[in-house]
Design a protein around this ligand. Structure first.
Ligand code: BGC
Length: 750
């Protein structure tokens, strides 16, 4: 029933907007002369301004107040003074049921409804199946922006085909806190890698002429007490870490909207944070789109509007405070608490995004989806992203094995997925096991498919002795371990339940033990020394099973590299104890990020710690050799070039990482001895070589100076280091860079 509702409402949108597009081509009353906002030849700015000029106050107020999916059933109970009867029936008639949110459009003017769906692994709609990509952290492990770009193009096409014109996708918060329950939705610990990969996902999604939403802005780096946690952090620390990741993602992805976060930053809520929203995002970065709130993240009317929030989203029920509801907005406008011009700016920003990203000119409508083709996009993403962490004596790939014990991890049923608002309704149906979602892509069946002549037996791993007995009588043992992560609370680094004991027992029973980890992020591995091979699969998506099997059997060469560091012990963490842990939800809490921008490998370098596995680490079945590293300064940037050759026996992809280091990092004001400056992934056949040139963005050589809002590169010698991991031996070359200072605001450069 709901699917037909989707179809009907989408077709209604299609017909309405198609009629307007028709009039836009014919200049007559009702055409572009009278409705200039429908003239595709005008700039999005001009179109947005023209539309706002034609709107009544009530029409403007429709666009700044959005509803959650639950509103469809709950809004009837809300007083008519808060939501008018006309709007109530409009929401019920037009919202795409089962999705995250809905913002009513203005049919009189041809302004479409905004139909919003989560999130970064695919369309989340409780009533419509969709293709799940690997988690964003997994695709970041590909170190190839074409992977999230292709994934984004695929999930964006599914969004469009199911009647959604806005995806709440593009999570870019840094993995500052390794236990953050949402790290799997983000793209790692390094600003360049995270911003590049999230930006590519957004770009792919928006290639479907829909809006994508970069989130959660900003420094929303833990889930514990996420709605009350106040983060204290210096402007320098933010600009060189989390904000730099957002800045890169914004430049690369050009999202139409940005979602502000639940937490407080330096005493101000994320969604009423003048510094973050007005100063940094809109002024310094020149963001022309709109800021939407996270669901339930608004705490005021005038303060939020004046401090940069453009759209309240997710209003549901009588119990919600309608901060941007028409009644409160009108009162604030009347009293002058919100200037009229500010409301126009809010609406212009929303409309700018809808015009600039193609939503108005290309209305969404229901079309068939080729799920089989889309599953292959997801499989390719997983195949590029699995990280071979350890492979002693080249135990992998599996060749000529006669018997395999597959143990644990529900590998007979599927692969694990993360929980919360990004969790999709997968094609084939979700498998719920103890409240955790598994996608129906069992590695056991996929392994049997790849190795038809091997005897493969499965043991669920609940009884350690029986699993060890099976391992003992098999050529090799493949143990699957899973670690559930979920929005709303933080996880832990110790594997759940009996899994560590299981791996240890199996490894004792069979020295040829391979461990496959399906996790949201880093985990401890107390058994590591006794296990010759380990693969980190993260949450590998709807074709995780075949991807794992193809990597294990060498059909695909593993080429993922870690987008995060794996700590060796809790005392290596910058915050060994999570702020607010154990306190009831809603309790005010506080954390100070004194480590600033020294996150992940930077923190380990500062402290001299040896992680379990370093950022950037990842093995292959082939070997690569680099040579000829040269670098030159070019204005504020550095160009580096080198060549890479596949010196092994298999086709594979090298992930070359260029780190930069000032001669004296403390004197240069850096947070750590080195930073990732650039990277490149290159596919190479055996014997093949390629020349690579990369550019180090000047901001990765600079420090941020809050007093003058400047970036500053300190003159001196910088070491350029080329390697395939942050802790690997590196080739180096030195470059002398001149002093350089420039504004952190694009406005200053205009
Ligand atoms: C999440 C957002 C999500 C929104 C809508 C919130 O709880 O934090 O990431 O987009 O819900 O589902």
């Amino acid at each position: 029933m709901s699917k037909s509702v989707v179809l009907v409402s989408s077709i209604a949108i299609l017909l309405a907007t198609a009629a307007q597009a028709q009039t836009a081509r014919t200049p007559h009353p009702g055409g572009p002369t009278d409705r200039p906002w429908l003239d595709r030849h005008l700039t999005p700015e001009a179109r947005a301004q023209a539309a706002v000029a034609a709107m009544t106050l009530d029409e403007k107020l429709r666009l700044v107040f959005g509803y959650s999916d639950q509103a469809v059933t709950e809004v009837a109970k809300v007083p008519d003074a808060t939501v008018s009867p006309e709007l109530k029936s409009y929401i019920v008639a037009h919202a795409v049921k089962g999705s995250a949110g809905f913002v009513p459009g203005v049919p009189r003017l041809g302004i479409p409804d905004q139909t919003q769906t989560d999130a970064s692994i695919g369309v989340r709609n409780s009533l419509i199946p969709s293709t799940a990509l690997p988690s964003s952290l997994a695709t970041a492990a590909s170190w190839d922006p074409e992977v999230p770009r292709a994934g984004g193009a695929m999930i964006g096409a599914e969004a469009r085909a199911t009647g959604h014109n806005t995806m709440l996708s593009g999570g870019v918060n840094l993995a500052r806190e390794p236990r953050n329950g949402r790290n799997f939705e983000y793209t790692g610990e390094d600003p360049l890698l995270a911003g590049t990969m999230a930006g590519a996902l957004i770009d792919g999604i928006q290639s479907n002429k829909i809006v994508s939403t970069m989130k959660h802005f900003a420094v929303n780096d833990q889930e514990t007490l996420r709605t009350t946690l106040d983060v204290t952090m210096s402007a320098e620390g933010m600009r060189q870490s989390d904000l730099l990741a957002f800045e890169f993602a914004l430049e690369r992805g050009k999202p139409g909207s940005v979602m502000c976060s639940y937490n407080l930053i330096n005493g101000r809520w994320g969604c009423e944070n003048d510094y973050l929203l007005n100063t940094v995002l809109k002024h310094d970065w020149g963001f022309k789109g709109f800021v939407m709130s996270d669901w339930g993240a608004v705490h005021s009317t005038a303060a939020a509007a004046n401090d940069g929030l453009d759209q309240f989203t997710g209003f549901c029920c009588v119990s919600d405070t309608p901060w941007f509801g028409p009644q409160r907005m009108k009162a604030a406008l009347q009293s002058g608490a919100i200037p009229r011009r500010r409301l126009d700016d809010m609406v212009e920003r929303i409309l700018w995004a809808l015009f600039a990203k193609g939503v108005v000119d290309n209305p969404v409508h229901a079309t068939p989806i080729d799920y089989a083709a889309n599953a292959l996009v997801s499989q390719r993403a997983a195949e590029q992203s699995l990280v071979l962490l350890k492979n002693d004596s080249d135990l992998l790939p599996l060749r000529g094995v006669k018997s395999i014990a597959v143990i644990g991890g529900n590998a007979d049923k599927g692969v694990m997925a993360g929980g919360g608002s990004s969790d999709v309704t997968p094609v084939g149906g979700a498998i719920m096991i103890k409240g955790h979602t598994f996608l129906p892509s069992p590695p056991l069946a996929a392994l049997a498919h790849e190795l038809p002549r091997a005897r493969i037996a499965f043991d669920a791993g609940a009884d350690i002795a029986s699993a060890a007995a099976l391992a003992a009588k098999s050529d090799v043992a493949v143990v699957f371990v899973t670690q559930h992560d979920n929005e709303g609370y933080d996880g832990h680094l110790e594997l759940e339940g009996n899994q560590d004991a299981l791996v240890a027992a199996v490894a004792r029973a069979n020295p040829k033990t391979i461990v496959i980890i399906e996790s949201g992020g880093a985990v401890f591995m107390p058994w590591l020394a006794d296990v010759p091979a380990v693969v980190e699969a993260f949450y590998p998506g709807i074709r995780g099973g075949p991807a794992i099997a193809r990597v294990l059997t060498g059909k695909v060469d593993p080429s993922g590299h870690l987008p995060i560091s794996f700590p060796a012990s809790p005392d290596q963490l910058a915050h060994p104890r999570l702020a607010g842990l154990g306190l009831p939800d809603g309790t005010p809490a506080h954390v100070t990020y004194n480590e600033g921008a020294a996150i992940g490998y930077k923190w380990y370098d500062v402290k001299g710690y040896r992680p379990l596995f370093a950022f950037g680490h990842g093995l292959s079945y082939t070997r690569f050799a680099t040579s000829g590293l040269a670098a030159r300064a070019d204005g504020k940037a550095i160009h580096a070039n080198f060549s890479v050759r596949n010196t092994g026996q298999h086709a594979g992809s090298a992930v070359e990482q260029v780190y930069v280091a000032p001669a004296d990092w403390k004197a240069a004001g850096w947070e750590a001895p080195k930073r990732l400056g650039a990277f490149a992934k290159t596919a190479l056949k055996p014997g093949e070589a390629k020349s690579i040139e990369v550019t180090v963005d000047p901001r990765l050589l600079a420090t941020y100076e809050a007093a003058n809002n400047n970036w500053h590169v300190t003159a001196g010698v910088y070491r350029i280091m080329l390697g395939d991991s942050s802790d690997a031996p590196m080739q180096t070359v030195d470059v002398t860079v001149p002093d350089s200072v420039w504004s952190a605001s694009v406005a200053a450069e205009r």
